[in-house]
Write a protein that binds this ligand. Sequence first.
Ligand SMILES: C[S@@+](CC[C@H](N)C(=O)[O-])C[C@H]1O[C@@H](n2cnc3c(N)ncnc32)[C@H](O)[C@@H]1O
Length: 340
Amino acid sequence: MTPPEPAPSVPADAGPQPELLARTFAGWRSQRGMLADAHRTGSFERAIAAVVRPGMTVADVGCGSGILSLFAARAGAARVHALEATRMIDDAAEVARANGFADRIDFVAGDARHFQAADGLDAVIGEWIGMYLFEEWRHFDAFAAVRDRWLRPGGIVMPRRVRLYLAPIDDSRLYVERGPGFWERPVWGFDFGLVHRRQLDRTRRIIVKADRRTLLDTWCILDLDCAVDDSRAYFFERRFETRFTFSAGCHGLLGWFELDLAPGIVLSTSPDSLDTHWHQSYFPFEQLQVQPGDSLTARVETTPAADNGTPAVGLRVDLRRGEDIVASRAGHYTLHDTQG
Ligand SMILES: C[S@@+](CC[C@H](N)C(=O)[O-])C[C@H]1O[C@@H](n2cnc3c(N)ncnc32)[C@H](O)[C@@H]1O
């Protein structure tokens, strides 16, 4: 058997840091995790089969294992440009060859932002969704660059829309098992309040599988139009309010997102959907006790992290009773940077 030829390269520049991208995506561990996520990958498969028509030209921005390109080719695309920044592209090309798609999928190595589509594109697809959406924000910009430069008027984008949610939760189990509540009680009979105070000072987002029955309300904090937006839309400030007619504990906020992939095909990562590798994101704060008549007001602000520009989530939550603010919580939650 002849060894596969390395895919042709486009020049690298100040886009995603190649080493960090390679650490996250060049090996099969993370690609396998995404392939094994049946809700995620199955939803993309159905959506691609629903909208890609025979004869179309498609770009798959950040093809990884090549799975979305294979779906597009299987749906009848005449040409699929599979764009990937890491050396995973060599294995992806070999997989495509082994499955008889070498003539219809061309693999282009390097930062997708530099891709040149000779004849324009009928569809731009990609899975550029980080944990709590934001982590792969640079990848979204690569998707937007290919879309803005090469997509024909009226062409297809996938995903079409992304909605990001936050919800106040009453979940004492999560609070104790995964959040700061563990340190509020005696630990083997000893007071570890010092760790509790320190944890509340250093807020962090925790990946969890949550229970939908704990949601007190749901706030849509971002509604992204993937046909026009880019990662600048990730930076915003919004305010929300929930009025209570019942008593409850509030142990922080829970985050998730929904992707509109194609007409009628929504991939949701909410706690009442099938689980995905994204699970949900828990933003804990010191518990609040609300009473009937109280309201919870929140200010959500996303700002670029000083070191790498990844959106960080700033939260301020006030518990209002009548005219008074009776308790406040604030936190600045940095997210991971998977792209450098
Ligand atoms: C979340 S994975 C998705 C992989 C595959 N499309 C799938 O759905 O299983 C994102 C992939 O995009 C690649 N990527 C991220 N930014 C890129 C860029 N600017 N240019 C090319 N590839 C990029 C990563 O290396 C990674 O393999």
